[in-house]
Write a protein that binds this ligand. Structure first.
Ligand code: S6P
Ligand code: ZN
Length: 185
């Protein structure tokens, strides 16, 4: 029998960066996050062009394909709007029962969960922390440190993103810095 072919991978995850074929980058600036922070007066005084986070992702199959997986690395800057930490928009999955893994790569974060009953809880993120986000649970990450927070994610290719529910109703609690510490209030 002839030897089977051996290939080099098309992608490298070097611990911090996703490098290779078809890696897509998306950026969220402060101006794209209008309405998610409570202190709107301070928000209006800040530069809408300031980058809050960017995501490098790989989509090996078409969005919506059942049974596939996607992966992305999020780079979330340190900062606050008033006393509320910089955070991702947050979303439910459009196919609400789809789960996801997040894991901490660098920096200090807080993963905030909210179920459909609007119950909120959080887990600390740090290099090596692994987080299972069950189906039916919205998720958002805040950077609670002084340096960039890097975390990775893998989610089903038919999960989809429902940003509307969070844009309209928000999370039932906000993560704020109170006496120098993160608190969900
Ligand atoms: C995708 C996964 C992440 C987020 C990213 C930005 O399902 O959860 O890649 O897209 O962390 O967060 P958001 O809420 O703006 O999509
Ligand atoms: Zn997700």
């Amino acid at each position: 029998m002839k030897d089977a072919k051996i290939f080099l991978p098309e992608l490298i995850f070097n611990g911090k960066k996703l490098i290779g074929k078809d890696v897509e980058k998306s950026t969220r600036k402060l101006g794209d996050l209008k309405g998610i922070f409570e202190d709107e007066v301070t928000f209006r005084l800040m530069d809408p062009e300031q980058v809050v986070y960017y995501v490098s992702s790989t989509f090996p199959v078409e969005e919506g394909t059942p049974g596939g997986l996607f992966m992305g690395i999020t780079y979330l800057m340190p900062g606050k709007v008033g006393n509320e930490y910089f955070m991702t928009k947050g979303h439910f999955h459009s196919n609400i029962d789809r789960a996801e893994f997040y894991w901490g790569v660098e920096g200090e974060g807080m993963l905030i969960f909210m179920n459909e009953k609007r119950e909120v809880w959080a887990e600390r993120m740090y290099p090596g922390s692994l987080h299972y986000i069950p189906g039916g649970v919205a998720h958002r990450v805040a950077n609670v440190g002084n340096d960039m927070l890097i975390f990775a994610a893998s989610w089903p290719s038919d999960a989809g993103h429902n940003y509307e529910t969070i844009a309209k109703y928000g999370f039932a609690r906000r993560l704020k810095e109170i006496d120098g510490k993160p608190k969900l209030i």
